[in-house]
Design a protein around this ligand. Structure first.
Ligand code: NAP
Length: 392
């Protein structure tokens, strides 16, 4: 867990004071571990951990979004705004005085979020399920009839760990919802002139995209279809011809039921990284196709949300309580993750990917599948074509 967590914790920003502090901390720890007792080593490690955690929580100033020199409040859409990272972004932006259009699939959860923490949020366009194209179309129609002001920021945040089923329109659930769903929503908002001319689109992606890939059929078939309905990526894909999403050895796949074995089901997440890779690729392609719109994608960190806790084995009683506390301690808070997402929004540009520290990742540090122009363009084209012809 620490290993997974470490990129967020230790990849400090470039301010010299933090660089020196981190270096001094590492030297001190090594020194105590070599010369001191076990108790002293634990004490130093615990102190360092507390320092890193405090930095992660409050060390970064929360960026303030502005939509005009006169300080006009921004109009902001956030998908999945009723919980986790989306709710934390909504809360922060509401505090800054912006108007938030909450795109949620549950009316009850949306109203509760607005009542409890997002006073400047509205659930008025009604609910939207991103796995249903009809639902998205209804929602955009309602936004059209309600809105007189254009949308300045769009946070494509809604997401989940996919299961092995498909959306109603026949695309594998993760890609269908997180990529096709968001794309369709944006496409309709764009076509109906609901986005401000310089609107910013921020995809809440994930470093899991480093394990994601598209099957060769995306490029080899005219329609691009082949793997997108989940027949290869969900479950362990055959290696031949595949550009290998994350995959476990066949011996393990055969031995366990991947959907129910604790953790294994989560590890077999070829479709999740692929959906997040699609988010990054769209963030890179939007500024080219829909100029002058800007777009970025961002890794929010490993965050203590429903999505993260649902992936853990379901314990009961005291073990459950301890597990919860342990996860809350190790994982990033939603507030800290919202800060990083807002850093990406503040510096949004022509498609950059922003890491868990809020820093832009240069192309040469991204995996090859994330900078593949051919895949990026083909994915856009087939998504557009598919949505134009799909039988709902
Ligand atoms: N947590 C992490 O460690 C982590 C790490 C990297 C990236 N992310 C990304 O961060 C984003 C937010 O996730 P989170 O961690 O905040 O999880 P979360 O608390 O479970 O929030 C996910 C939100 O997405 C909504 N949603 C899911 N499926 C939807 C659908 N079909 N239509 C409309 N809304 C839908 C959920 O609605 P309901 O409440 O109705 O279910 C919920 O509001 C996701 O894109 C996730 O991939 C999270």
């Amino acid at each position: 867990m620490l290993l997974i967590r470490s990129p967020d914790f230790f990849a400090f920003d470039t301010r010299p004071i933090y660089q020196y502090a981190a270096f001094a901390g590492v030297v001190l720890t090594l020194f105590v571990m070599c010369t001191g007792t076990l108790k002293q080593s634990i004490l130093v490690l615990a102190t360092l951990f507390a320092m890193f955690k405090s930095y992660d929580e409050v060390g970064r100033p929360v960026p303030v979004l502005q939509c005009s020199a006169q300080g006009r409040p921004c109009n902001i859409v956030i998908t999945g705004a009723n919980s986790g990272i989306g709710l934390a972004i909504a809360k922060e932006l509401s505090t800054q005085g912006h108007r938030i259009i909450m795109a949620c699939r549950s009316e009850q959860k949306c109203l509760k979020a607005v009542k409890d923490v997002v006073p400047l949020g509205t659930c008025q366009p009604g609910t939207v399920d991103l796995s249903s194209l009809t639902s998205i179309q209804h929602w955009v129609k309602k936004v059209h009839s309600l809105e007189h002001q254009k949308i300045d920021y769009f946070f494509a945040n809604a997401g989940f760990t996919p299961s092995d089923n498909s959306t109603k329109f026949g695309i594998e659930s993760g890609l269908g919802t997180m990529h096709f769903g968001h794309f369709h929503m944006l496409q309709l908002l764009q076509q109906q002139d609901l986005l401000a001319p310089q609107a910013s689109i921020i995809y809440v992606a994930s470093d899991a995209l480093r394990l994601g890939a598209f099957h060769q059929s995306l490029l080899d078939t005219a329609s691009g279809l082949g793997d997108l309905s989940g027949e290869i990526t969900v479950g362990c894909p055959p290696r031949s011809g595949s550009v290998a999403p994350f995959c476990l050895p066949p011996t393990i796949v055969e031995k366990y039921d991947m959907r129910t074995a604790p953790y294994l089901s989560w590890l077999n997440f070829g479709s999740y990284p692929r959906a997040k890779l699609a988010n990054l690729l769209m963030a890179r392609e939007i500024p080219k196709r829909w100029r002058p719109l800007k777009s970025s994608s961002v890794m929010p960190g490993m965050v203590h949300t429903n999505m993260a806790t649902r992936s853990a084995p379901s314990l009961k009683g005291l073990p459950h309580y301890l597990q919860e506390k342990f996860m809350a301690l190790l994982l990033r808070s939603t507030r800290a993750s919202a800060t990083v997402v807002l850093m990406a929004a503040k510096n949004v540009d022509d498609g950059s990917y922003v890491n868990g520290q809020g820093q832009q990742v240069p192309d040469n540090q991204l995996p090859i599948q994330a900078v593949d122009q051919q895949v990026q363009e083909k994915l856009w084209d087939i998504t557009e074509k598919f949505l134009a012809n799909v039988d709902q």
